[in-house]
Write a protein that binds this ligand. Structure first.
Ligand code: ATP
Ligand code: MG
Length: 434
């Protein structure tokens, strides 16, 4: 028996209905907020991720599915979509359109991670990107979109954590401060963090190892090192969120795992038990030691501003903001009762004989043409077995066709909820069901 690859899952049945509900809500919101959908390839040049995500990140250092194609090129399955969408923005000349360009995507991402609750090797992300917008109103807009989505889906216990990691200038002085702090604890950090200290000390704040988490409790926070402009940007964003009525927590430990972020970073974190950021952090630390346990604190949405990305990938300097949301993590938070009504057949058309079978096939096809969900028997069942099947699939009405019905051009339709029956002309079925 061949099994699905480790860390992958199949989505079908009831669960698929929840996914459809989420995707419908996403598309409705995207239309209202003015985001166009984009689909990019599932694989890209490895270089794109080295430059676009960053070679000191967990994703690139540990998690990428990289392979050589038959032409000897290094390719990688996409671990995230922002880099690919940014590549498309530049390559397709979208910057020539009125700016900003606002895009959204839904699609699979691949990361070679240790599978556990809410962590897969193939997972799906919904994400949005705004290119060509430098105002903090852009951050406020994508945060509002995420917040609205969670609210509309009835999801509770998810909190917005925000932080500012400043611009490249602020980073220089902050990195110096942080390095000095980390150097005093070097021997207590994991080997990867110890090696990141020089090149990218900010990454250490993002490490999931409980030992590193414990070491950095007293680390300096980025908001203390902001330049005047970055400080004003962050204040304006906070004012906008307050005006939108979106509660948030300022959380100095949020730095995000990717190199391309500048200024604002944010996460929507699910954690029903904890109220403040430090308790949150404690919980993450504690949970990390028992990683297999269900329901650890989890980031559902992660995003921020990445003003350096487009330039880094060969375009002009371009203000950009976005987020990625884990679809599996979101769907797992949906209460079953927020799902849309189960999609049930309006009519099951059974047959009592050969003539009835032919007619049932034709009428089913006609009803479907008219947009009515009709079902007939495809399994050569007896009349009794057909009725049993109609009951199991929750058909709203049923009828059985045979020679008698066909001569009279009528059929007897049974209401499966009330048990009542009525005779209807065959050509009147469509109107009856509409
Ligand atoms: P985490 O800190 O949980 O590893 P991340 O910072 O690596 O998350 P991002 O790269 O920001 O995550 O991806 C955006 C979102 O995609 C995450 O907030 C999460 O909801 C989801 N996600 C990321 N990796 C996985 C995975 N392996 N399985 C399922 N969902 C994931
Ligand atoms: Mg990760």
């Amino acid at each position: 028996m061949i099994q699905a690859p480790k860390g992958t899952h199949d989505i079908y049945g009831e669960e698929m209905r929840l996914w459809r509900r989420v995707e419908d809500e996403i598309r409705t919101l995207a239309d209202v907020y003015g985001y166009g959908e984009i689909r990019t390839p599932l694989f890209e040049s490895t270089d794109l991720y080295l430059r676009g995500v960053g070679d000191t990140t967990d994703i690139v250092q540990k998690e990428m599915y990289t392979f050589e194609d038959k032409g000897g090129r290094s390719m990688s399955l996409r671990p995230e979509l922002t880099a690919g969408v940014a590549r498309a923005y530049i390559e397709r000349g979208m910057f020539n359109q009125p700016q900003p360009t606002k895009l959204f995507y839904i699609g699979p991402c691949f990361r070679y991670e240790k599978p556990q609750a809410g962590r897969y090797r193939q997972h799906y992300q919904f994400g949005v990107e705004i290119f060509g917008a430098s105002s903090p109103a852009a951050e406020a807009e994508v945060i509002s979109l995420g917040h609205t989505l969670l609210t509309r889906l009835g999801i509770e216990g998810v909190r917005l954590h925000i932080n500012s990691i400043g611009c490249a200038d602020c980073r220089v002085s902050f990195n110096e401060k942080l390095r000095t702090f980390l150097k005093t604890r070097l021997e207590n950090l994991c080997s990867l963090c110890a090696s990141r200290c020089e090149k990218n000390p900010l990454r250490v704040l993002d490490c999931k190892s409980p030992h590193c988490q414990a070491q950095i409790k007293e680390a300096p926070v980025t908001t203390e090192a902001l330049c005047g402009e970055c400080d004003t940007h962050f204040t304006t964003l906070r004012d906008l969120l307050t005006r939108f009525g979106i509660p948030y927590i300022i959380d100095g430990k949020i730095v995000r795992g990717l190199d391309y972020y500048t200024r604002t970073v944010f996460e929507f974190i699910r954690n029903d038990a904890c109220n403040d950021a430090s308790a949150q952090q404690a919980e993450i630390t504690q949970q990390a030691t028992t990683a297999q346990q269900a329901a650890p604190a989890q980031t559902v949405i992660g995003g921020g501003r990445y003003d350096g990305l487009i330039f880094q990938l060969g375009g002009a300097p371009t203000g950009a903001v976005g987020f990625g949301m884990g679809m599996e993590r979101l769907v797992s938070l949906l209460r079953q009762d927020v799902t849309s009504a189960q999609f049930v057949p309006k009519l099951f058309i059974g047959h009592a004989d050969e003539a009835g079978f032919t007619a049932a096939n034709g009428i089913t096809a006609d009803l479907r043409q008219a947009g009515i969900y009709a079902v007939n028997d495809l399994a050569d069942r007896s009349v009794k077995a057909q009725m049993k099947y109609a009951g199991k699939i929750n058909a709203r009405y049923t009828t059985i066709l045979g020679a008698t019905e066909l001569t009279q051009n009528t059929c007897t339709v049974k209401d499966m909820e009330t048990g009542q029956q009525q005779t209807i002309p065959l050509d009147g079925l469509r109107n009856f069901l509409k």
